[in-house]
Design a protein around this ligand. Structure first.
Ligand code: SF4
Length: 205
């Protein structure tokens, strides 16, 4: 279908009018939304917090009423994020109020197909016991590596030599994007003192 200049102006004029009308509706909706928000947060307690998702550490203002989170938004006074939040930070109320949210550790015994809820104390003791047992069983003081060694006749020969390593290859650690610099520093100290070499971060995998 070919459009004359006059038809084009009519069509585009109609589009502009529709846009103006929808802008009017949007303004109305915004007013209703503000009203709803005021009702939703009425009587709530405001607490400044930090988004738990990643180590950017954006500032969040959380509003709670009767111990339940009713609203969360960016903290304009926060020096890092200045009131902004990414989509994950904005969805915080959905995870806090989610009935499927895990609040206790779960354990699946070897050979079992079932996960069962366990207490934090039991889980931490069990992790400590297993780390100790595995480390004791697998800790190596030395390891052999091939190196080139100069011979009396001036040639080089590949030989196997022992090197001090003080490590275990049987335990790995995966970190989290939520760890900040100080936590990473402490974790590195701890894990290196155990002799771990496989220390990874979930964002790199
Ligand atoms: S997940 Fe998003 S909002 Fe949360 S700290 Fe990281 S960047 Fe900020």
């Amino acid at each position: 279908m070919s459009l004359s200049r006059r038809d084009f102006l009519k069509v585009s004029g109609g589009t502009v009018a529709a846009g103006v009308m929808s802008a009017g509706v949007d303004a109305g909706e915004a007013a209703v939304a503000t009203e709803e928000k005021e009702v939703r947060t009425k009587g709530s307690q405001e607490t400044k917090s930090i988004c738990p998702y990643c180590s950017v550490g954006c500032g969040i203002i959380v509003q709670t009423r009767d111990g339940k989170l009713v609203n969360a938004e960016g903290d304009p006074d926060h020096p890092i994020s200045e009131g902004t939040l990414c989509s994950k930070g904005q969805s915080l109320p959905q995870i806090v109020n989610n009935p499927l949210r895990l609040t206790k550790p779960k354990y699946r015994a070897p050979g079992s197909t079932e996960w069962k809820e366990v207490e934090w104390g039991w889980a931490l003791d069990e992790i400590a016991k297993r780390v100790k047992k595995t480390r004791d069983k697998t800790f190596k003081l030395t390891s052999k590596s091939k190196v080139k060694e100069k011979q009396p006749d001036g040639t080089e020969k590949e030989v196997l030599k022992d090197f001090t390593v003080n490590r275990t290859d049987a335990i790995a650690h995966v970190g989290s994007a939520a760890l900040d610099n100080e936590e990473c520093y402490m974790l590195q100290k701890l894990l290196r003192s155990w002799g771990l070499v496989y220390i990874e971060h979930q964002a790199r995998i």
